[in-house]
Ligand binder design. Structure first.
Ligand code: GTB
Length: 223
């Protein structure tokens, strides 16, 4: 299927210093998996809240995706769009496809929320009297979800049969726990992430977002 070359947006200066944790990484990765060339428009935190960007993203965030007349926001919707318009990221069999889409939703609406909540506790509730208690509660919620995910996956390579768009979203969601120490308790999930990171498409996407960061901050800025 012919797709016009899309343009995505990403942080001009990612707070993760090019570690690929911001959500443009999922979109880049999906585009790399299907070998679809793309352009990137880097936006500052100020530009994200200005009318031109708000016209594409009502919440003033990244990533966005523009392809001809089409403008999308929400990383999950963008990855789904890419998977629908290229072969390789969703199974052809109708039931397997429906299950893969289910896992896309599961990654974003069941697994991601407590993981994002952990960052809220870490960065926005720093110094509050309740921070330690909140950390303990949120970490237990995260462990609950990870235990369930491990029970589902066992030693399988991917979430449901072949690698799919759902694995892109799930792996990226899980990566946000890096540095928390929690993933060390889950060797099969760590192996799942490592398997995904070993994919050539992942490596290209990671290198591209890191290059964007070093271009604006200079070599060694992320060390
Ligand atoms: N639900 C939306 C989606 O999936 O696309 C959420 C989009 C979103 O949260 N975007 C963030 C953003 O634009 C960047 S990804 N934030 C700026 C703002 O809201 O003003 C979240 C993110 C940011 C930084 C790191 N990091 O530094 O590690 C990780 C993840």
């Amino acid at each position: 299927m012919k797709v016009l070359k899309p343009t995505i947006t990403a942080f001009e200066s990612s707070p993760d210093c090019g570690m690929g944790l911001a959500r443009d990484m999922r979109v880049r990765w999906a585009l790399e998996e299907v070998e679809q060339p793309y352009d990137v428009r880097l936006v500052s935190f100020i530009e994200m809240k200005e009318p031109a960007h708000l016209a594409v993203h009502p919440f003033g965030q990244i990533p966005t995706y523009e392809e001809g007349e089409l403008a999308l926001f929400e990383s999950g919707a963008i990855v789904f769009h890419i998977a629908e318009h290229h072969a390789g990221l969703l199974p052809v069999d109708a039931n397997a496809r429906a299950r893969a889409i289910t896992w896309m939703f599961a990654a974003l609406s069941t697994v991601e929320p407590p993981i994002v909540d952990r960052d809220v506790v870490e960065y926005f509730e720093d110094g509050k009297s309740w921070q330690a208690e909140r950390f303990a509660m949120v970490d237990e919620r995260i462990r609950g979800r990870l235990n369930q995910l491990v029970a589902h996956m066992g030693n399988a390579d991917w979430l449901d049969g072949a690698f799919s768009a759902a694995d892109i979203l799930m792996v990226h969601v899980l990566r946000r726990l890096e540095g928390s120490g929690i993933l060390d308790e889950y060797p099969t999930l760590s192996a799942y992430i490592a398997r995904a990171e070993d994919r050539p498409a992942y490596k290209r996407a990671f290198a591209a977002q890191l290059a964007a960061f070093t271009a604006s901050h200079g070599e060694g800025a992320n060390q």
